[in-house]
Every structure is written in structure tokens, then in C-alpha cells.
Design a protein around this ligand. Structure first.
Ligand code: ADP
Ligand code: MG
Length: 354
């Protein structure tokens, strides 16, 4: 039987370039070689695409280690199966690939832009479509749709850069409380996110958030536990057991996520009463539909007073390393091992079509 040709896309222009490389390495390592031919496709930080191991090695030093490791493990042998590779991204890519697996995190990859390109090229792809990707990336739009569906999330206000000199801590804290969170509307990895307790903090936080993006949201502080749930499927999605990020710092900041090894522990599955587990899973599935997701998403919550759940955000291309990422680990704990999860995602991409 002919193998399915999978293009695994990684890197990209976002601040999560390096994390994407790690996720993509895990994906390529675990895809079943008896079923799939794998073509690695790297996007460098300026957005140029590089097809196959040789091109990636010469253009993307950050991915060299990963490509070398995969080659010596015999994971990629694209020369034989893919023939002459394209030099630029274009519609002819559809001749090479049966399915695209975007393992980009953040802007220009997780946000619908790349999904739009793949649709134009007529290539089926793993994960949310254009709309679900764009909605999931924008925390303001996400929260407004959740509000419409009666799903609780932290109260928030949204501001554009043009009005930044009119935003005052006094006014906002009168509405949202003394402790507030300031964040760019559509970044990830906690980049540009600040916890604010004073006028001084506020000024810095606003300036920082607007340095990344022209739209910023400000939220009430929800004191609680951080719980996450994995969802998988198209029309009939399923929810995993929830897991917990036990954060041992002020909040789950960029450094707590990636630099400081002792800052957080994953508790899989989360230690929660049955009715909360049920609430988290049902709310995850409802939000998944409301936010137009397909394929997969990780849904993140705060749990206040061990009773009230607040949906924080949804990630349509969650971290995907086999060893440490919550999304696949929750599925493994729910009975779906990593390689079977990949099979399922590819099946979902093919059955949706383009
Ligand atoms: N309203 C809030 N209340 C309490 N903690 C928050 C709030 N918003 C964000 N945080 C903290 O900041 C972290 C990052 O914020 P989040 O909105 O998830 O951004 P990102 O998309 O970058 O992950 C969260 O995991 C949590 O620790
Ligand atoms: Mg988050």
C-alpha cells in the first residue's frame, strides 16, 4: 500500500520558534514509518520555508540538532520517497503532500494565516481550520464568544494602542479589582503578560503589552488552580481527563514555563472531585464547538475555591512534545498513546478534507 505523505511544518516567525522545533521533533519521531513518509519543512524566523533535511540544515541552525538526530534515527529519508523537492512554497506543494501537519505555535502558524494558505493550495491539514485558529488566537474574541455561550471566563476589558494614553489604573481597578492581568490579545507562552498591583506596575505592563501588539486585554485576577483539558475530534469531539499545572511562582510566566525548572509541576490526571472533572470536560467540549475548533485543542481553566471554573484560553496547536507537553500526556493518561494520537489527528485531517 502507498504510504501517506506527511509534511511536518515547524519553526516560524513567532516568539515560540524554538518550542515549535521541539514539538515537531517529537511528532516526526513518533509518526508510524510503516504508514507515513515524512517531509520536514522548516520556516525560518523571517518566514521563508525550507523543504527537506538538507535545506533546513543549511538555513536554520536552530533546527540542525533536531534534523541530525532524526536522520541518524532513520526517521527522515525524504530523498527516496519525495523526489525533487520544491524550493519555494506554492500551490505545487499539493503534488508532494497528502496531509500537512502544522506544528507552529503562535503568530503566522497557529492563527489561521497558514491554515488559509493550505486551503488555497488544497492540502488537508491537521488541527483547526482558518476560523477556529483565528478565533482561538485572539483572547478578546474568544472571551466574547464564551460570554455569548454562557461559559464563564475572567471579566475583561479590551483596548487598542490608539487609546493607550486614556487607560488609567484607577478606572480599571475600580471595575476589575486591585490585582489585574495585562496581556497582548493574541500572543502565547506568557510573552508580554504581566500581573499588576499598582499604578507603577500598570504603566510598565501596558507599555510592554503594546510593544508586541496593537490590541491588549486587561483581566480581573482569578485566584485559583490551573487546570487543562485536551480535546480531539471534528464533529464529535472527545475530552481527555483534566491535568493540573501546579505553579510555584507568582504566576505561570514565560520564565516559569521555559527557564525555571522548579517553577511548575504537571499533575496528570489532576486530583479533582468527580463533579469538577465532569464540569471541566463538558465545558471544554462546549467551548470547542463555540470557538469553531476542529482536530485538536487544549482548553485551559482556572479553578477558584475548588468549585468555580473559569475558562482562561484555548490553544489550537498546543505544545506537543511527548515527554513534557500537557496535550499528549493527558491523552496518554486517558488511554490514547502518543503514536495513536498522531494517527487519529491525521485521520481527522483527511476526513475533513479541504
Ligand atoms: N485572569 C488571570 N487570573 C490569574 N492568573 C492569570 C490570569 N490571566 C493569566 N494568568 C496567569 O498568566 C499565565 C499566562 O496567561 P495566558 O492568558 O494563559 O497567556 P498565554 O496565552 O501566553 O499562555 C496563566 O497561565 C496564569 O498563570
Ligand atoms: Mg496560557
Amino acid at each position: 500500500m502507498k504510504k501517506t505523505r506527511i509534511g511536518v511544518f515547524f519553526g516560524g516567525r513567532s516568539s515560540e520558534h524554538e518550542i515549535s522545533i521541539k514539538s515537531a521533533k517529537s511528532v516526526m519521531k513518533s509518526l508510524d514509518k510503516t504508514k507515513y513518509d515524512i517531509l520536514p519543512i522548516g520556516a525560518d524566523k523571517s518566514g521563508h520555508f525550507h523543504f527537506g533535511a538538507d535545506a533546513i540544515l543549511s538555513a536554520m541552525p536552530a533546527a540542525a540538532q533536531m534534523i541530525n538526530d532524526l536522520r541518524s534515527a532513520g526517521v527522515i529519508d525524504e530523498k527516496n520517497s519525495f523526489g525533487k523537492l520544491p524550493e519555494k512554497i506554492g500551490a505545487d506543494l499539493a503534488e508532494f503532500l497528502d496531509v500537512a501537519f502544522p506544528v507552529f505555535h503562535g503568530t503566522f502558524g497557529e492563527d489561521g494565516t497558514f491554515q488559509g494558505l493550505l486551503r488555497m493550495f488544497g492540502i488537508p491539514f491537521v488541527g483547526a481550520g482558518v476560523l477556529g485558529s483565528a478565533v482561538g488566537m485572539d483572547k478578546d474574541v474568544t472571551k466574547r464568544l464564551l460570554r455569548d455561550a454562557g461559559i464563564r471566563s475572567a471579566k475583561h476589558l479590551t483596548f487598542g494602542k490608539y487609546e493607550s494614553d486614556r487607560i488609567s489604573y484607577a478606572d480599571i481597578s475600580a471595575t476589575l479589582g486591585d490585582i489585574i492581568f495585562v496581556k497582548p490579545a493574541s500572543l502565547g507562552s506568557s510573552v508580554g503578560v504581566s500581573k499588576v498591583r499598582s499604578e507603577d506596575d500598570f504603566k510598565k505592563a501596558i507599555e510592554e503589552a503594546f510593544s508586541y501588539e496593537n490590541k491588549v486585554i486587561i483581566e480581573e485576577f482569578i485566584k485559583g488552580r490551573e487546570i487543562e483539558c485536551s480535546v480531539l475530534g471534528n464533529d464529535y469531539p472527545e475530552a481527555s481527563l483534566p491535568g493540573e499545572i501546579v505553579v510555584k511562582r507568582d504566576f505561570y510566566s514565560y520564565s516559569a514555563k521555559y527557564l525555571d525548572e522548579d517553577a511548575a509541576d504537571l499533575q496528570i490526571p489532576a486530583d479533582l472531585p468527580a463533579e469538577i472533572i465532569d464540569d471541566i470536560r463538558k465545558t471544554s467540549l462546549k467551548a470547542y464547538k463555540v470557538l469553531c475548533c476542529e482536530g485538536m485543542a487544549r482548553v485551559d481553566f482556572f479553578l477558584r475555591n475548588n468549585s468555580e471554573i473559569f475558562l482562561n484560553e484555548i490553544n489550537t496547536i498546543p505544545g506537543f512534545t511527548e515527554e513534557i507537553s500537557m496535550y499528549p500526556k493527558l491523552w496518554a493518561a486517558s488511554g490514547l498513546p502518543y503514536d495513536k494520537l498522531l494517527d487519529k489527528l491525521i485521520e481527522l485531517a483527511i476526513s475533513r478534507g479541504v
